[in-house]
Design a protein around this ligand. Structure first.
Ligand code: F6P
Length: 328
């Protein structure tokens, strides 16, 4: 890529996550530092198609580092999945003299960016913003650390009422098709059982394990269930099955849901976002495109976007071993 970059756009796309605002702030201030103009695009690719742009400068991003959500809003755009929609987006970018864009989002957002780049040879850089931590090429995605802490605090509260009433709680956490949130939150909250899509230990094993816990004197238990887990049809069916087979146990269900997507980002996520934004702008100014910014062993790295999209993350086998031992 040998074009001069004098104006960069930034947008957020897909499910929001805590830390997105910190990343927007870093991109905008990095542009200001390098004397590059910056424009914010509202509502993801849909706003790009509709020309929902706003010039931004270092002061536009005051006091947002600690705010959850995204000041640029986010959306999933069906129009951007069409060539016609992407062409409109391209003309909007050209009309606003935009030379490159940074998209903060998940693999779906990166896929759209890749298609766009192939069609228009338009420079793009991706920053992984999703609570799921399911993107290849980085140890951490933006929002994951905050979501873990939000979920652990919620489960600590559920533990209070579970132990007061000698109840068994099934707590469903987010994570789409992977179990990173469930596994880490389960260990962190001291859950008696953790069900993740990467393991299929079956209903009988779960029932036996809960019966053993009961026999060993546990009067209440917490089972953390990843939303993508396939042990039962869903967390409510799972709870019903256990209640039918352990009639002496009162069973309740709590689905944490979208609270895991909100809240003020943790310091870790704010620092990660700040580092990723700086690296994204440096990468574009180095004449590079089609990369995702990631962190590995605390170093900023670049992963080709098509690898980030196609690659898969692995569940932490050592942490599964830890959770097995902790539930003795
Ligand atoms: O990808 C982030 C995520 O929160 C997933 O964990 C969850 O399954 C999904 O988004 C929910 O999507 P929506 O915001 O469209 O309900």
């Amino acid at each position: 890529m040998n074009k001069t970059i004098s104006k960069i756009a930034v947008l957020t796309s897909g499910g929001d996550s805590p830390g997105m605002n910190a990343a927007i702030r870093s991109v905008v201030r990095s542009c200001a530092y390098h004397r590059i103009d910056c424009v914010g695009i509202f509502r993801g690719y849909q706003g790009m198609i509709e020309g929902d742009f706003k010039e931004m400068n270092a002061r536009s991003v005051n006091h947002i580092i600690n705010k959850g959500g995204t000041i640029l809003k986010s959306a999933r755009s069906k129009d951007f999945m069409t060539k016609e929609g992407r062409l409109k987006a391209f003309y909007q970018l050209k009309n606003h003299n935009v030379d490159a864009f940074v998209v903060i989002g998940g693999d779906g957002s990166f896929t759209g960016a890749m298609v766009f780049n192939k069609e228009f040879d338009f420079p793009i850089i991706g920053i992984p913003g999703t609570i799921d931590n399911d993107i290849y090429g980085t140890n951490f995605t933006l929002g994951y650390d905050t979501a873990l802490n939000t979920a652990v605090e919620a489960i600590d509260k559920i533990r209070d009422t579970a132990s007061s009433h000698n109840r068994l709680f099934f707590v469903e956490v987010m994570g789409r098709d992977v179990g990173h949130i469930a596994l880490n939150v389960g260990v962190g909250a001291g859950a008696e059982e953790i069900l993740i899509p990467e393991e299929d230990l079956g209903l009988d094993r779960l029932l036996d394990s809960l019966k053993k816990s009961r026999k060993s004197g546990k009067t209440s238990s917490i089972v953390v269930v990843a939303e993508g887990d396939k042990t039962g049809d869903n967390v409510f069916e799972l709870a019903k099955y256990i209640e039918e087979h352990m009639p002496t146990y009162e069973v309740r269900v709590s689905v944490l849901g979208h609270m895991q997507r909100g809240g003020s980002p943790s310091c870790f996520d704010r620092v990660l976002a700040s580092r990723m934004g700086v690296k994204a702008i440096e990468t574009l100014l180095d004449g590079k495109s089609n990369y995702m910014i990631g962190i590995k062993d605390n170093k900023m790295i670049l992963t080709p976007l098509d690898m980030a999209i196609k690659g898969e993350t692995e569940i932490d086998a050592e942490l599964i071993q830890v959770s097995d031992i902790m539930t003795t």
